[in-house]
Design a protein around this ligand. Structure first.
Ligand code: GSH
Length: 289
């Protein structure tokens, strides 16, 4: 028996999936639930609702492959997303895959970056980085390209709006992700907390543009997916190491984090904040000691 409670707020569907014995919602059940809810939800949202429900199923994550592991069946026709569980860029592609409800379609292949299998560079992705996606006998990389590719070339709800104003703002925000991370990490290395604050102020003002939901473009989109792995890391690090609350005086950012943390497709990709703090300490603090 599984119970599913759903509430609809800020244009987002919140659901709680309660497992007792059986732990899998079959696609038919998902479909029938979505039909039942058709009277409640605006019809445009139905496909989104169905995908959200299927996304609530907790996935058993595959083991990490290292240099001693047998490679997967490469180019066997199954789309594969090569990731590292700890990489924020890979996390973008992973969240996109989950948000589209593609857990059964795109196989996750996690690899150990510290003990990388040689077949990965030789046979899959010569750049030897994650993420990469094997699809239709080709391998593509670069997280921002991949999230668009997954959104446009697989089934599931669209994660980018077609409203021209939102599209334009979305494009600008996607191209700003690199500058944002660079501003935060450069200012951090040079201990210029006022500049760190200015970078988060930019995020606060970007989140203030649309009022039809708490996300960058109102409703959840690729923009949220592109930023969230980095905010996930910055928030605990700045809090613990710099005693700096990135949400203080930034109510939009505080709400955005709260709402992102309710999304199952993202929750399944999150790491322990302590792990992020330790990793960032090694990366940003060791060299200055
Ligand atoms: N610009 C790339 C960056 C990917 C990237 O740097 N991934 C890291 C892991 S977080 C990696 O694979 N590093 C291995 C290496 O550089 O050799 C993207 O957005 O996908």
């Amino acid at each position: 028996m599984a119970t599913l409670s759903v509430t609809y707020n800020h244009s987002i569907i919140h659901y709680t999936y309660n497992k007792s014995k059986s732990c899998y919602v079959c696609p038919n059940l998902v479909a029938s639930l979505s039909v039942k809810k058709s009277l409640v939800f605006p019809s445009k949202k139905l496909h989104f609702y169905a995908a959200m429900v299927s996304r609530s199923v907790k996935e058993v994550l595959p083991p990490v492959l290292d240099s001693s592991s047998v490679p997967p069946a490469i180019f066997d026709g199954t789309p594969k997303l090569y990731i590292s569980y700890t990489c924020p860029y890979a996390q973008r592609a992973w969240i996109t895959r989950n948000c589209k409800g593609l857990q059964e379609t795109i196989k996750l292949v996690p690899i150990d970056l510290k003990n990388r299998p040689t077949w990965y560079k030789e046979k899959v992705y010569p750049e030897n980085k994650v993420p990469s996606l094997e699809h239709n006998n080709k391998v593509k990389g670069e997280s921002l390209d991949l999230i668009r590719y997954i959104d446009q070339n697989f089934e599931g709800p669209s994660l980018f709006p077609d409203d021209p104003t939102k599209t334009k703002h979305g494009e600008e925000l996607l191209s700003f992700t690199g500058s944002f991370s660079k501003a935060v990490t450069t200012s951090l290395k040079e201990n210029r907390m006022d500049e760190v604050g200015a970078a988060f102020d930019d995020i606060e003002s970007a989140l203030s543009k649309f009022d039809d939901g708490p996300f960058f473009l109102g409703q959840l989109s690729l923009v949220d997916i592109a930023y969230v792995p980095f905010i996930e890391r910055y928030q605990p690090f700045f809090s613990e190491v710099k005693n700096y609350d990135i949400t203080k005086g930034r109510p939009k950012l505080a709400l955005w984090i709260e709402e992102m943390n309710k999304i199952e497709a993202y929750k399944q990709t999150r790491r322990d904040p302590k792990e992020h703090v330790e990793s960032y300490k090694r990366r940003f603090l060791m060299s200055s000691q």
